[in-house]
Design a protein around this ligand. Sequence first.
Ligand code: NAP
Length: 455
Amino acid sequence: MEKMELNKLKLPETGERIKIADGIAVVPDNPIVVLMEGDGIGKTVNNIPGITDAAIRTINYAVETCYGGKRRIIWFNAYAGDSAREVYYPNISDDELKAMDDDEQRKVYLPDETLKVIEHFGVALKGPLTTPVGGGFRSINVFLRKHFDLFAGVRRVKYFQGVPAPNINANQVNMVIFRENVEDVYSGIEYKAGTEKQKKLEKFLVEELGAELDPNKEYGIGIKPMSEQGCKRLIRKAIQYALENDFKKVTMMHKGNIMKFTEGAFRKWGYELAEEEFKGKVIAESDIKDKVPKGFVVINDKIADSMFQQIQTRPGEYGVVACPNLNGYYLSDALAALVGGLGLAPSANIGENCAIFEAVHGTAPKYAGMDKANPGSMMLTGAMLLEFLGWKEAAELIRESIAKTIIEAANLVKENKKPLPVTYDLARQFKGYTDKDGVKSSEFADKVIENMKMS
Ligand code: NAP
């Protein structure tokens, strides 16, 4: 067993470390995975279970069913968000917190000890976290991505048969979005209008670089750095995923017709990478003569605005999508809405040495402690984690079982029966049904588990 000096955390008594290097994970049969339960709907309060509890039960059951005790995840509880503040700084007031500098504030919500165990064990599952109240330190999630260089934001968006989605083409959606997570506008290089730094930068841009800016206007200025290395490593991950998971196409989404040296370069570097590193496996769409050679993945590119139209009219034409930071953010939220909402939207943040898995949504505070929110997104996030570990059978079992549960609900609707075996958010989308016609979060999990037994 591992040795590590810890203060508030207790190392699990069993389990082994997953070793990740250069993006490749070597996974034992009893891997230790760091678990941050999360705030709000993530958290179990006074024995009323949160969605993280529902997800863990489901993940454990899927693993047990598929591998009959040969494999098991050992969950290692660590603190982040409000729970970290309660454990490490129970007496601190909001005013004291606001007076702290950025890094001290960060330690309140994301203790060094939590960072240490994530770094050591490499893989973590995280519930949603409240954005801190203080001024300087803005986001635990953004900090984690930068700290561990989790450069690939991965979102899997697939339609579940039976969900009353707002778009009639939703049933064609089966996409995996790879969003660049740490560069571009998320670099945070931005200057407020009228400040000294902004004036200095404006002067430099106009006088040294010949930029045309109207001296009678006050500009806020942001900088959008995108590197060749950053773009290539993201597109490499997307292509590898397509090859390993039987997707036929990788599309690079960009606005390169306007932003030529950032988003345009993203496209150019992507084609270069495909040629340099995936010859014989990947073919550019423009090089296809007659039909796609057998076993090849096609790489193409699309301008962001036209792609937003096409995901609504012909989503079946897309599989894996690689995109710069902000494009990816918009695209994946639009897709989640297209297939029926945030309650079924999982994600992963993956780097070369670490991976953190989380649902797309936040803490939905108005549903905290009510056993009401949809745990589907956390369960599907668990499925992405299992896929990362290479435990694909268990990942697929979770997805199939959720699908089965939703179809059961849709069939009950045909017979005008209630309650539906899904949570309030899905129940209210069926015509003639309201949010009162669903089941509790924990009951949905029970049903998903029951459906695994019958698979
Ligand atoms: P939110 O927590 O995502 O909730 C917005 C709405 O989305 C909810 O009111 C609910 O809609 C729906 N929703 C979200 N999760 C759901 C679930 N599991 N099941 C069913 N419905 C769900 O967004 P927010 O209210 O803007 O943010 C609350 C806090 O979360 C903030 O502190 C924010 O910073 C934080 N946040 C954290 C993360 C993260 O940790 N990754 C991500 C986003 C936001 P209805 O009310 O219509 O039912």
